[in-house]
Design a protein around this ligand. Structure first.
Ligand code: FAD
Length: 470
């Protein structure tokens, strides 16, 4: 059987690529520009980025050089309009670039890159001349941004910033933020953060700020983890920093909309593409190893055993389903935003209409990479367990997918709950009372228990009312 070649064969340092052939890349959705961008990334990976991945992993080293290389070729401004010095790329371009960095180069770099682009896009939801001049135009000089959202008190519910706040002070804002995880923490030049709003009315009332590194306290030397060891996702703190009004992104109270319209869609698309890239990269390594190793007793290579062919067949089929999901969701986001050229005003929805597709995408990609890296280890045997094959790094890096917020436990519940009960039932900020659970629990109380509960609730209500009266 022969198939038409959809893409040029992938090249690696001037030779045909040693991993899975480009016949297995779902490239019919790509333009020539997309292919060109991806080919440049692959070249950078072959030239330097893959070698740097090993050092980042061994030494817990932030992948500064890889990010600089990406900046030198314009990729730090990939999704920024050309008028501001960017490459004018769309969502599909972002998915392809994130996937290629993770597959061919360095997964830690890919994760830093995803957080950088998501931070840039959070600013670009509400661009002002001041924000553009300060944060967007200088991007290709190597400036890196990140998202610092996860709160130590709410775990993976990163949209719930309890340990944060902002007060108005003479036209500026006094901002505090504690974050339990921040990719590129201590290395980024700017941090997009979310806090409760000044005059806070409830956890749906959040505001977005961008702050510079000089007001962010980080202790990168504390970072140590199973995988993505270069991504330096440590805790950071902003301790009552005075932030000028130009660094408020969007109006006060824009946080929830910013989450749904940019932070979640860009992060979920980008990180899913990283998981897909790691999965393909693990199959690449397994191909290289199993086609090269011979068992002299049987005269067969490892790849000649049908069991190994089954492993690879299932891994590529499942990973390509996840890649198609990523490219398709990227296409939907491109359709909704005129390929990332549409400027949205507060209240206008575009990407947010596809958020539930982003949830499903992340669940699928993270579940897949978890299984594929294990299967490729089994396919390579003990050799895969050794560090020199590189597979074990892909395995460790891939394991971040499932646990990274929103974790797959949280996502499948979002999906199932909204399918069964409607989107409102998701209740991000824990505001809707579950009357069924309440009735079920109180009916277990005897009369004395009910009286005691009622007395406690009356006392709480009186205290709340007193506080509200000031
Ligand atoms: C490599 C890496 C990089 C990261 N980078 C960033 C970053 O740049 N910025 C950022 O803001 N954050 C970042 N994070 C943080 C991430 O998004 C999560 O906040 C973090 O992984 C949550 O860890 P936790 O221990 O607090 O988990 P927990 O939230 O305590 O979860 C523990 C367990 O409880 C489950 N669980 C939690 N809530 C529910 C629920 N409602 N229903 C059912 N099960 C539930 C979880 O699925 C998990 O199994 C990063 C994380 C990793 C691993």
């Amino acid at each position: 059987m022969t198939t038409a070649h959809l893409s040029e064969p992938t090249r690696w340092r001037g030779e045909p690529f040693w991993g899975v052939a480009s016949d297995w890349d779902p490239d019919w959705l790509l333009t020539d520009r997309h292919r060109e961008l991806r080919a440049t990334v692959i070249e950078l990976c072959a030239r330097e980025m893959r070698a740097n991945a090993e050092r980042s992993d061994d030494e817990l080293r932030f992948p500064r050089r890889n990010l600089e290389l990406l900046g030198e070729h314009g990729f730090l401004g990939l999704t920024v309009p050309e008028a501001y010095g960017g490459l004018g790329g769309d969502h599909l371009a972002f998915a392809l670039v994130a996937e290629a960095i993770a597959r061919f180069g360095c997964a830690s770099t890919a994760m830093c890159y995803v957080m950088h682009v998501a931070a840039v896009q959070a600013i670009m939801l509400r661009p002002t001349p001041a924000l553009v001049d300060r944060y967007i135009r200088p991007l290709n000089s190597g400036r890196i941004g990140t998202l610092s959202y996860s709160d130590p008190r709410t775990g993976g519910h990163f949209w719930f910033p309890i340990s944060s706040g902002a007060e108005r002070v003479n036209g500026s804002f006094r901002v505090r933020k504690r974050s339990s995880w921040t990719t590129s923490g201590g290395f980024a030049d700017f941090y997009v953060i979310q806090t409760t709003s000044p005059d806070f009315t409830g956890y749906h009332d959040l505001s977005v700020f961008v702050v510079d590194a000089d007001v962010v306290r980080a202790r990168p030397s504390m970072w140590d983890a199973l995988g993505l060891r270069g991504n330096q996702s440590g805790a950071v703190e902003v301790d009552r920093a005075l932030v000028p009004p130009e660094q408020l992104v969007g109006p006060v109270g824009d946080g929830a909309e910013s989450n749904d319209e940019v932070v979640d869609p860009w992060f979920l698309l980008g990180s899913s593409s990283v998981w897909n890239g790691i999965a393909m990269g693990a199959v690449d390594i397994a191909k290289r190893h199993t086609t090269g190793k011979v068992h002299d007793d049987t005269g067969l290579r490892v790849c000649d055993y049908p069991t190994i062919q089954d492993y690879v067949g299932e891994a590529v089929t499942d990973t390509n389903s996840a890649r198609l999901a990523a490219y398709s969701v990227a296409g939907a986001l491109d359709g909704a935003t005129d390929h990332n050229r549409r400027l949205l005003t507060p209240g206008e929805r575009a990407r947010a209409n596809y958020l539930h597709w982003c949830w499903q995408l992340k669940f699928t990609a993270a579940k897949n990479v978890t299984a594929v890296v294990d299967t490729m280890l089994h396919a390579c045997g003990g050799s895969g367990y050794r560090r020199d094959l590189e597979l074990e790094r892909y395995l460790r890096d891939g394991k971040a997918g499932w646990v990274m917020g929103p974790s797959n436990e949280v996502l499948r519940q979002f999906v199932g709950k909204s399918v069964l009960l409607g989107f409102e039932a998701v209740d991000y900020w824990n505001q809707t009372v579950d009357q069924r659970a309440l009735a079920n629990e109180t009916k277990k109380l005897d009369a004395a228990g009910k009286r005691a509960l009622a007395a406690r609730l009356v006392a709480e209500a009186e205290a709340d009312e007193k506080e509200a009266r000031g």
